[in-house]
Design a binder for this molecule. Structure first.
Ligand SMILES: [Zn+2]
Length: 423
């Protein structure tokens, strides 16, 4: 899916500082989705001593720009890879022959002498023009998240690419100095000596997205067996409305754990701009039934839904499992997307928590089932995460620790964000 990309003219501020800042070509690129109406013409605005030499007559959305060495010109590029040159910037022929863009162009950077430039596409593909040398690309790598920007080294012998999950790819004389500590990254810039780089996140990568959070079980379930044992249709049969859940040897209940993690996750997702829908808003009620838990996410047209649980597994077994739906009819349309969500969730959760993948359930942290009503009846991408094993002493000690529960929430948020921000 092609994302709507637009260049933010105010970003020119980054290159419009004092003369010292212009002693080499400053590179920047920035993209964001849906911030400019499609009908607005692409416009360059200059601030301070930044002169305007023209604006692109792009037929496609303009996504990035880079100035010439002396600041008396600049290039812009649109999402389809069409470059416009202004002032003393020259049109340059592709260094490697013709270019075929398979993914939206998201960034560009000029060489130090302004004799050429590179373009980067969201699939990591690099296109070199003029005296810009091709030093490698991420085009052949299976990316976990789309590339969103690039920065050239001061010597022009290499470049960094950054993906929206904070992943950095270094080529040529660009040195890898670290990566991966941010989500929702939208840009990268090099330090003047090339010894480091900054990455910047959008702050609200989930703006406009609805996420459904389903904390499993409920605090009042044990007190109302008639209600929670009532059978409900789950697409391929009948199952109890809800269950009580498990607890640790210390008596820390799963429903309390699930709700605590859900509150933490809600806060993290809201900070990323998401609209969060909960299947229950306290830990003292009964239910809702599993069919209603699915319906809440469906009715909200959630872009992703996650059920939070902790398992009552074998005492000697550790770890987490992401349970994906198998097709049973009502959920046929979300099997593939739920598998992507699950595949994004496992590494994100493992990275954030250090919790191992389950030693007793599933394969490499993933299990697929057709007997869970909340997954059977979902019409939005959904997984159920057994975040640890409450019966295991090592896992239980972690699950009882508030700091660890925050890491659990971070892991779930990262998996959801990866899913919702990947192409
Ligand atoms: Zn449970």
């Amino acid at each position: 899916m092609r994302r709507a990309l637009s260049m933010i003219a105010a970003g020119w501020l980054l290159t419009a500082g004092p003369a010292a800042a212009m002693s080499r070509p400053a590179q920047w690129s920035r993209s964001a989705s849906g911030l400019a109406p499609a009908s607005a013409p692409s416009t360059v605005v200059g601030y301070g001593d930044a002169a305007v030499f023209g604006s692109p007559a792009a037929s496609d959305a303009t996504v990035a720009m880079t100035p010439t060495r002396d600041g008396k010109g600049y290039w812009t590029v649109d999402v389809g890879g069409s470059v416009s040159a202004f002032g003393d910037a020259h049109d340059e022929a592709p260094a490697g022959g013709s270019m075929a863009v398979n993914a939206p162009v998201v960034g560009m950077a000029a060489t130090p002498d302004s004799g050429g430039y590179w373009l980067v596409a969201s699939d990591g593909g690099i296109f070199a023009f003029g005296d810009a040398h091709f030093e490698g690309s991420a085009g052949g790598i299976k990316l976990n998240a789309p590339v969103v920007g690039m920065a050239a080294t001061p010597a022009g012998g290499g470049y960094w690419l950054v993906a929206s999950d904070g992943g950095i790819f270094a080529f040529g004389d660009a040195r890898f100095e670290g990566s991966g500590s941010q989500r929702g990254v939208v840009g990268i810039a090099s330090t003047p000596d090339g010894g480091g780089y900054w990455t910047v996140s959008s702050g609200q990568p989930l703006a406009g997205k609805v996420v459904a959070i389903d904390p499993g079980h409920d605090g009042g379930n044990a007190g109302d067996p008639a209600a929670i044992n009532a059978p409900v249709f789950i697409g391929n049969g009948y199952k109890a409305c809800d269950t009580v859940g498990t607890e640790t040897a210390d008596g820390y209940t799963e429903h309390a754990y699930n709700f605590d993690v859900a509150m933490r996750l809600q806060a993290l997702l809201q900070a990323e701009g998401a609209t969060v829908v909960l299947t229950r808003t306290n830990d003292t009620g009964v239910g809702p039934c599993i069919d209603q838990r699915a319906a809440i996410g469906n009715n909200a047209h959630a872009a992703a839904a996650v059920s939070i649980h902790a398992d009552g597994g074998p005492v000697g077994g550790r770890g987490f499992t992401v349970i994906e739906p198998l097709a049973v009819g009502p959920n046929n349309g979300i099997i593939a997307a739920s598998d992507v969500l699950g595949s994004d969730m496992v590494p994100a959760f493992e990275f954030a928590t250090g919790m191992p993948t389950s030693t007793y359930d599933g394969t490499n942290g993933i299990s697929q089932r057709s007997d869970l009503g909340g997954l059977n009846l979902s019409t939005v991408p959904k997984v159920l995460v057994e975040t640890g094993n409450m019966q295991n002493p090592t896992d239980a000690a972690l699950l009882e620790d508030g700091q660890f529960r925050q890491q659990v929430a971070r892991g779930l948020a990262a998996g959801i964000t990866d899913f919702l921000t990947s192409p």
